[in-house]
Ligand binder design. Structure first.
Ligand SMILES: [Zn+2]
Length: 373
């Protein structure tokens, strides 16, 4: 249920006090049906804890809390205060500052960026920089030790930190150390460099055509997501029973998706990452064949009853080129010459596809691999 909620399959979760007990729901808002738990009013600590479920750092820009209060309400005669009085007390009460859940990955990235700006520095310098950007209370030493273990930084004496080539390549590419580690692992196992770059940020803004979406909503009478890569749509795609409700043409559309994008042999297909990776690669292939974002959007609409917006394609291809540059830098540090050349060529093909010139490409390779930046 937690996963379903996070993916957006469920619009809301109705829960008892369990919500406070360690369940990590990133909800945009929390609504209190009343302010009692069992026969007692909520304590300030409980109230704060439940409020803390509303809004997650990095996910929502603010959390909303709504209290449904009945003025004058009491749950039993033993209560001296009414619900509205309790509400005011809780809201105005001295509330301990809530500890903000920190995004470790982001902070690690920030620390690496700081070191790379200074080139070399003392741990104390990093701590000061973090303090001024209001990220405090962190064990900087532990993070630096981790960065050193993964070869992003090296140390001279105890507290003197120096950026490595790998650390610099990671930082200027705006990759988090964690993402860079995944890239390194994949490069070392010789994975397709295009797929490595795509995996950093696959294209997920894929919507069902309104024709398909309306048909699914009509047939199943529940709110089906309009996004292809959502649990509810993938569920319907592989649903075995009660599919008689759907007209045949929808099955043909499903079959086309399955044959083109969901082609892996993973037991968790279609929920594994290969569907979205193959879809993203399909966009790149169309681009390399010389299509502009509008043409790509049209081709996908025509062939798959799927809607992708030219603007989304444009922005995604643009950031893909940056990710390819990042992977290229890392491949260079790792001295993977062959992969490096492949990546440089790939970038050129996406930026300046040569339509219908496929046969000539080989001879013009050397003149075109000059990098822009
Ligand atoms: Zn798979």
């Amino acid at each position: 249920m937690e996963i379903g909620f996070e993916k957006g399959d469920y619009q809301a979760v109705i829960t008892t006090a369990a919500l406070g007990a360690g369940v990590d729901f990133p909800a945009s808002q929390v609504i209190f049906f009343d302010l009692a738990m069992g026969k007692d009013w909520l304590t300030a600590a409980e109230f704060v804890q439940y409020c803390g479920r509303a809004g997650r750092l990095g996910k929502h820009d603010r959390g909303k809390v709504i209290l449904l209060i009945i003025p004058g309400n009491k749950f039993h005669s033993g209560q001296t205060e009414t619900e509205d009085e309790v509400a005011i007390k809780l809201l105005s009460g001295k509330i301990e500052p809530v500890e903000i859940p920190v995004d470790f990955e982001k902070i690690e990235e920030q620390i690496l960026a700081n070191i790379s700006t200074l080139n070399e520095c003392e741990i104390e310098d990093i701590e000061n920089m973090l303090l001024s950007s209001k990220i405090a209370n962190l064990d900087t030493k532990t993070i630096v030790t981790n960065l050193k273990k993964d070869n992003f930084v090296k140390t001279k004496e105890k507290e003197h930190v120096i950026i490595t080539e790998l650390g610099l390549a990671t930082s200027v590419s705006f990759l988090t150390p964690r993402k860079a580690k995944t890239v390194i692992k994949k490069l070392k196992t010789n994975e397709d460099p295009l797929i490595i770059a795509i995996s950093i940020e696959p294209f997920d803004a894929v919507y069902l055509s309104s024709k398909v979406h309306e048909e699914l909503v009509r047939s199943f009478r529940f709110q089906v997501s309009s996004k292809l890569f959502s649990g509810s749509v993938l569920d319907l795609m592989i649903r075995k029973g009660s599919t008689r409700r759907l007209p045949n043409w929808i099955f043909n559309v499903f079959a086309k998706w399955a044959q083109t994008f969901f082609t892996c042999n993973c037991p968790e297909r279609p929920y594994c990452e290969h569907g979205i990776l193959n879809f993203s690669k399909y966009i790149v292939d169309l681009r390399v064949a010389g299509n502009n974002p509008s043409q790509i959007s049209n081709i996908i609409a025509r062939n798959f009853e799927l809607q992708v917006y030219p603007g989304d394609i444009f922005h995604w291809l643009d950031s893909l080129v940056h990710h390819i540059e990042g992977v290229t830098r890392i491949a260079k540090v790792l001295q993977l010459a062959e992969t490096y050349i492949k990546l440089v060529e790939l970038k050129r093909k996406i930026e300046r596809p040569t339509r219908g010139l496929k046969n000539v490409q080989k001879t013009t390779n050397t003149t075109h691999t000059k990098q822009k930046r």
